[in-house]
Structures are given as structure tokens and as C-alpha cells.
Design a binder for this molecule. Structure first.
Ligand SMILES: C[S@@+](CC[C@H](N)C(=O)[O-])C[C@H]1O[C@@H](n2cnc3c(N)ncnc32)[C@H](O)[C@@H]1O
Length: 387
């Protein structure tokens, strides 16, 4: 089964116990649910909001989650009244068909930023295929905000390991990957804003036209200091009277907030400007973030300009580049050959035991005993069999 985010049960528990986040969703659900409500929860995790929807009197709940965490929800359902209204579906909301359209779609698919995996596409699909016309989607709107910050602590992640003298070694070549990366700031770190936050763009969940976002901020510097980077966060309207924000100057939420470094920290003075352009683009299965920053003095002269992108944030392996060429002739690994035999036998409707026996006769050098062959077969089938 898909494991999009790889959350542990501990992580799901921390989401539920985040008082600000969970309270906002509880408030919105309490206001929205009526005895006629049919609800879809996208990404139910361990089922908390689905169980809550039953408690609040919903008529029917579809709880969808690809992760095995959904089993925890089913177990908890046994200990709570009225939870037989829940249909648990292990899978992706984008790949299922429901027997009816729903009144409310709820899904907290946020990461540190609203862009996370296919979350915006999932919400768009839910509105198009699962939600009744005029139905409600929770969250309803995110506003992406940014501010230039002084945060030497964040910059030590770049400067300390990738420096000229690290135990006598020059490691500066690694620096370029870090300055083209962003990271989640732990909520405990302090931060100094060097200008007032501005909005980079909005996501209206009922009307998502694209998973991408482009935005621009033009900040008048309001305090002297050193800009180490930009902090990005979202203010989320969950329902009409329920909202929260993971801004770095507010009590920390489970999401943390994002830090996008400048290529080099810049010393700024009141009266100067920092112009920031930001783009989030879903390319294949991943978001690529690109950000340009221009430091401009009182007279309009550019003092520094940086263009950074997560596209340059990871080293590229020469081997993988070769592999991208259509002329490249692949050689299948031992593991691949094993998978080939297992899948071939499975497609011929052999049982797990029969597949293991066939493997042992075809690849005798691979296994010490039948137990080992069975384990190898199960590992491969776990990945490819229909759940
Ligand atoms: C942030 S967790 C939220 C868990 C729980 N609903 C909560 O709010 O406490 C997001 C979950 O959404 C799931 N998810 C992401 N996209 C999904 C989709 N299209 N369909 C179903 N689940 C999805 C992930 O596997 C993950 O478990």
C-alpha cells in the first residue's frame, strides 16, 4: 500500500494532541455537521476526525487512508458509540469511487507548507468527484505568508559543516546544496522579523485550478539586522469561525514553519528593500521551489541578488544521468531477477509456497532454506499484490 508520508503512530498522536490545530478542525466540524451530513475524510490516519464526526451526529462517514494506520482507527471505533456509520477505505481518495456524493470533505493534508505530495490535486479531485455542489471543504482557504528573518541559528546548518576548515578539511563544495534547500524550523527557535510579513498567495480549496503557486513580496526593511533567510508559513481558515497559523512568532504547531536561506546572509538597514519572488511547482512527484531575492538600497541600487532552487539542492549521480538516456542498456540486479520470477509465478496463480519452491529450484544459490525463500517471496508480494 502507498505510504505517502511515512508517519508513525506517534506522529499521528502528536497531530491529534496539537491543541490549536485540532481545536480548529473540531470547531469547524461541530458547526458544520447536521444529522443529514455525509462526510469524506481524506487522509484519516488513525481515524480521529472520522470518529469525531460520528460523535457529532453525522449520518455517514467515509474514512480514506492508504497507510496501515487506518487499522488503529478501526480498533478505536470498537470502543466508541455510533462508529458503524464509518466505511473505512484503505487507499487514495483519488483512486476510489464512492457510492454517493458527500456534504463535507475534510482533510488535513498540510505539511510544513500547504504544498505536500499531491495534496492540492487530491483536494481538487475531491471537490470535482466526491463533493456535492455547494458542499463544504475543510480547510477552506490557506494564505501563504513570508517574512525576511534574522536567524543565525538556522544558518549554522549551512556554515558549520560546509566551511573552509572542518577538522582541517575544506568542505565548502557542499554548501551549494544547502543554500538550495529549505527546511522545517523547529518551533522552539526564536526569530527576529526584519520587515512585516506579506502574503505570497492563496489557496482556495473549493476552487483549486493548479497545484502550483507563484508569488512576490516587496518588503521595506523596518529593522536593521542581517537577513539569513525567509520564513514561510500558512494561515489556514478551516471553517467560517475556525483558523490557525504556523507563523514563527506564534505558539508552535505540529507543522513547524519553513526556512528558505539566502545564498549569503545580507546586512540590511531600515529604508532598504528586499524583493522576493517565490514559485512552488509540482514536477513529477515532487515540489520544486525556486526563490529569488534582491536587496535594494534607498536609491534603488541593487546591492545583492540571489536565485536559488531546490532543483539544485541535491547532488546528481552520474550513474543516474546515464540511466536517463534512451540508449542506456540496463542490467537487471539479482533482486530484480528474483522479483521477475516471483511476479511471473504469481501471475500464473501459484501460491506463496509454490512460488518459494520454484524460486529454490531456479535460484538454488540464493537461499539457505525454504524459510528464507518464503520471506523473500512475501517481501516482493507485499509490494505488488492487490490489497
Ligand atoms: C497530516 S496526516 C493527517 C492525519 C489525520 N487526519 C489528522 O488530521 O490527525 C495526512 C494523511 O493523509 C494521507 N493522505 C494524503 N493524501 C491522501 C489521499 N489522496 N487520499 C487518502 N489519504 C491521503 C497521508 O497518508 C496521511 O496519513
Amino acid at each position: 500500500m502507498h505510504n505517502l508520508d511515512g508517519y508513525s503512530i506517534k506522529d499521528y498522536g502528536e497531530m491529534v494532541t496539537d491543541p490549536v490545530r485540532t481545536r480548529a478542525f473540531v470547531t469547524a466540524l461541530t458547526q458544520a455537521i447536521t444529522p443529514d451530513s455525509v462526510i469524506l475524510e481524506i487522509g484519516t490516519g488513525t481515524g480521529f476526525f472520522a470518529l469525531l464526526a460520528c460523535k457529532l451526529g453525522a449520518k455517514k462517514v467515509y474514512a480514506v487512508e492508504p497507510d496501515n494506520a487506518i487499522e488503529v482507527g478501526k480498533l478505536c471505533a470498537r470502543d466508541n458509540p455510533d462508529t458503524d456509520k464509518i466505511t473505512w477505505i484503505q487507499g487514495l481518495s483519488t483512486e476510489i469511487t464512492l457510492p454517493e456524493k458527500v456534504d463535507i470533505v475534510i482533510g488535513d493534508l498540510h505539511g510544513t507548507l500547504p504544498f505536500y505530495n499531491f495534496n492540492l490535486l487530491s483536494m481538487r479531485d475531491a471537490v470535482a468527484r466526491h463533493l456535492k455542489p455547494g458542499g463544504m471543504i475543510l480547510p477552506s482557504r490557506d494564505k501563504l505568508h513570508a517574512a525576511p528573518i534574522e536567524s543565525p541559528e538556522d544558518y549554522t546548518t549551512i556554515d558549520q559543516p560546509w566551511a573552509q576548515d572542518v577538522y582541517g578539511l575544506d568542505l565548502r563544495a557542499g554548501r551549494r546544496f544547502l543554500v538550495n534547500s529549505w527546511w522545517r524550523r523547529p518551533v522552539t527557535k526564536t526569530v527576529k522579523f526584519l520587515s512585516v510579513a506579506q502574503c505570497l498567495g492563496e489557496i482556495d480549496y473549493a476552487n483549486i485550478t493548479s497545484p502550483n503557486l507563484d508569488g512576490e513580496c516587496d518588503w521595506p526593511i523596518t529593522s536593521d539586522g542581517v537577513v539569513h533567510g525567509l520564513s514561510l508559513w500558512f494561515d489556514s481558515d478551516i471553517g467560517p469561525h475556525a483558523s490557525y497559523s504556523n507563523a514563527p512568532d506564534l505558539p508552535g504547531l505540529v507543522y513547524g514553519n519553513a526556512f528558505f536561506p539566502l545564498e549569503t546572509p545580507v546586512r540590511v538597514k531600515s529604508g532598504e528593500r528586499l524583493v522576493f519572488k517565490f514559485s512552488a511547482k509540482l514536477i513529477g512527484e515532487e515540489y520544486v521551489y525556486t526563490w529569488t531575492s534582491e536587496h535594494i538600497d534607498e536609491t534603488g541600487k541593487t546591492l545583492a541578488r540571489f536565485m536559488q532552487s531546490t532543483f539544485h539542492g541535491r547532488p546528481i549521480s552520474r550513474k543516474k544521468l546515464e540511466f536517463a538516456s534512451p540508449d542506456f542498456m540496463p542490467v537487471i540486479s539479482d533482486e530484480g531477477i528474483l522479483a521477475l520470477h516471483v511476479l511471473q509465478a504469481a501471475s500464473e496463480k501459484a501460491s506463496v509456497g509454490e512460488i518459494a519452491d520454484r524460486l529454490m529450484s531456479k535460484l538454488p544459490a540464493h537461499f539457505n532454506d525454504r524459510e528464507q525463500a518464503l520471506a523473500a517471496v512475501q517481501k516482493i508480494l507485499q509490494k505488488y499484490q492487490t490489497k
